[in-house]
Design a protein. Structure first.
Length: 278
């Protein structure tokens, strides 16, 4: 039995199946952790959703910003992007079943000394606090009035955490940190004006730093698996395992066996041209 963590798919179904063949993945005994962004920009989001859903308990998924973008688009919220490749999902006969399954996935997963999130955690959050906040967001995404949450979810304010935050502001901070954040200020606030997915972590606004490099970060007692930042690439440190290796951009799709941190990769064709939108 092995547990593999795999980086951002973004609709890259064929590289996923080749990687699973390469690592001899057996859903009867093995498990896969997917770091979010199952869909969008790549050519086969529908196939990815159907396949990952079919894995049942062999798959553990956290939601990424593209997954939430799909959920919003399905309900008529948010602005579509010219680079979206979601039409096949939105027009599928099983779209409602797939979207309900997707919304039921958490933003954050914890298991032993490991934790998984798509983007990151605010520096002040312990792993236990992040899990509680993820559960709050999940409850809103699966409630009868989930459309109200989707209608109020997007936006970049507030940028920082306060325990007294409530309502949509509270949930919006949770979603932004766990699915969109890359940089933070020295005070621990999210900085979304800094360069995006294609920029290395050394390039940002003056005074900003990658979320995982924040001094005194409260989540350093766990190894955190994340994706979302293709320019960061693969990074294996004591408490951060970054797995977005740019499959969509012609990089590779990366899997790490968590039991021994063995790295396995599948080369990917360039499916889209870099454009700065992530």
């Amino acid at each position: 039995m092995a547990t593999y963590a795999i980086g951002d798919l973004q609709g890259c179904y064929d590289p996923l199946r080749r990687l699973l063949d390469y690592i001899s993945f057996d859903p009867a005994i093995d498990r896969i952790w997917f770091v979010g962004d199952l869909v969008n920009r790549g050519p086969a989001s529908l196939e990815v959703l159907r396949f990952v859903k079919s894995l049942g308990t062999a798959a553990t998924v956290v939601l990424g910003n593209h997954d939430l973008h799909l959920a919003m688009q399905a309900e008529g919220y948010g602005k579509p992007n010219k680079e979206d490749t979601l039409d096949a999902v939105l027009g599928a006969a099983d779209r409602d079943e797939l979207l309900a399954w997707l919304r039921a996935q958490p933003l954050f997963h914890v298991e032993g000394d490991w934790a998984m999130v798509h983007a990151g955690l605010l520096p002040s959050w312990t792993v236990a606090q992040a899990k509680t906040l993820s559960d709050e967001a999940s409850a809103a995404l699966t409630a009868d009035n989930y459309r109200d949450f989707l209608a109020n979810m997007w936006g970049s304010e507030p940028t920082g955490w306060q325990d007294e935050l409530a309502g949509w502001d509270r949930l919006r901070v949770v979603v932004n940190a766990m699915t969109r954040m890359r940089y933070v200020t020295p005070a621990g606030a999210m900085e979304f004006r800094a360069a995006g997915a294609k920029a290395p972590p050394e390039i940002g606004l003056p005074g900003c730093l990658p979320w995982f490099a924040a001094p005194g970060r409260a989540s350093v007692d766990h190894s955190i698996v994340c994706g979302h930042w293709s320019a960061l690439g693969f990074r294996d440190e004591a408490n951060v395992l970054a797995l977005d290796t740019g499959c969509l951009w012609g990089g590779c799709l990366t899997a790490v066996r968590l039991e021994d941190r063995r790295v396995m990769r599948q080369p990917c064709p360039q499916l889209v041209k870099p454009s700065g939108w992530d």
